[in-house]
Design a protein around this ligand. Sequence first.
Ligand code: NAD
Length: 476
Amino acid sequence: MSTSTHTAAEPHAAQDLPRIPHWIDGAPVAPESTDFGEVIDPSRGVVTAQVIFADATVVDLAVRSARQALGGWRDLSLSRRIPILQRFRQLLVEHTGELAALIASQHGKMVDDAAGEIQRGLEVVELACAAPTLLKGEYSDQVANGVDTYSLRQPVGVCVGITPFNFPAMVPLWMFPIALACGNTFVLKPSERDPGASLLLAQLASEAGLPPGVLNVVQGDKTAVAALLDHPGVSAVSFVGSTPVARYIYERSAATGKRVQALGGAKNHLVVLPDADIQQAADAAVSAAFGSAGQRCMAVSIAVAVGGIGDQLAAAIADRVAKLRVGPASDPTSQMGPVITADARDRVEQYVGRGESAGAELVADGRGLSIPGHERGNFVGPTVVDRVRPGMDVYDEEVFGPLLGIVRAETLDDALHLIGDNPYGNGAAIFTRSGGASRRFVRRLGRFAVRRHARVRTRELPLLHPQQGRHLPLAR
Ligand code: NAD
């Protein structure tokens, strides 16, 4: 049995727990396996299911199924491929409630937040339905004497998606609908922490008429990932997750000649200039820092107060944080839920402690939070730490939890340098009434992003991927 770092508070007899299977060749597959992980409801700290982990044999089965399905799927006309995706879209709409409830029970985010991620995924399915237009080729007449050229877009082959826990439906939906619309087949390896959504997505795709083998799901951990990366039948890999794993995926996939894109972690800054509406900026900071308990790749983790407005901004943020209702995903009045695991809760709390020891000032302390009736849930309250500086772990590293740091900067240029020097990316925002300042912000950050890429390559820092090119390449 695999070792799990999850703390299951209420022991359940293993034989009573449902087992989450793989989905291979159009059907659930549940081999007799001793290797599995525990799926925990983070609001209750209770093990609710076991997820079967794939080994190299199961991975091989899934990749072979995808390869076998490739010829028929690739050659199916767009006029027959696309209606399947349209039916899949309709089924997603009809099953949004069920899918959202499932995500909330395994991830801990609020049900309406989970429904929001399905909506974002639906938008990608809609884009995939436009494949007949997106896949158009080009024709150039008379490029040389008597020579015309044309380009056409063709599928890459079997594509693999390795996805994180924080968007168990949306991130897979970034990937496979586009890959399938372009005539590729797919093997998805979702996060082992909340694997239920991936299985439901595969079932709905099958119900929509997707032929067996076109979309497969293998559950598992790094063993399954390694088998996928090394498999000669896999042509392309798309990854979303933390930076160290992104780097590993990128290197290992490239070493075996696969196309690969790997999106890593984030540290998103929100800059507030003295001319801004501070109340509006505080609303945005609190919503972006604590939505989904800060476990979003676009969560704001650092607010930069420019030019002496630090006290005012900290007070406005503290006011709002004090009113946030933290509670279980099942309670519709909750505004913020738990973090994914007890380990994640402890990690966030340690960052707070280390920040304080390094000289940061606590504005709101969410450590040690206990929710009545849910004492075993992985709760950490919204936490705000002021006077954070580069060089502190809480500033330099991705925390990925409900922790907002406030940094004070004298000028817009200081704020820009701060963002440019941080090794992470993803997004940045500015609050100001000045069109000139916001234009400068956009133009300078673009240049920093280019320079940062160069630095990452030369200094061997963790890979950095801005939020771009989210989908698999359309086609070769
Ligand atoms: P993670 O890196 O731990 O896991 C992501 C996937 O990789 C999972 O499927 C997991 O099973 C697998 N994995 C984990 N460790 C592995 C290893 N050692 N070898 C091989 N595979 C491994 O990430 P997570 O905790 O699930 O998700 C949160 C992270 O994802 C955060 O860092 C967040 O910023 C990032 N994220 C980034 C984006 C983006 O667009 N850039 C979007 C969402 C999440």
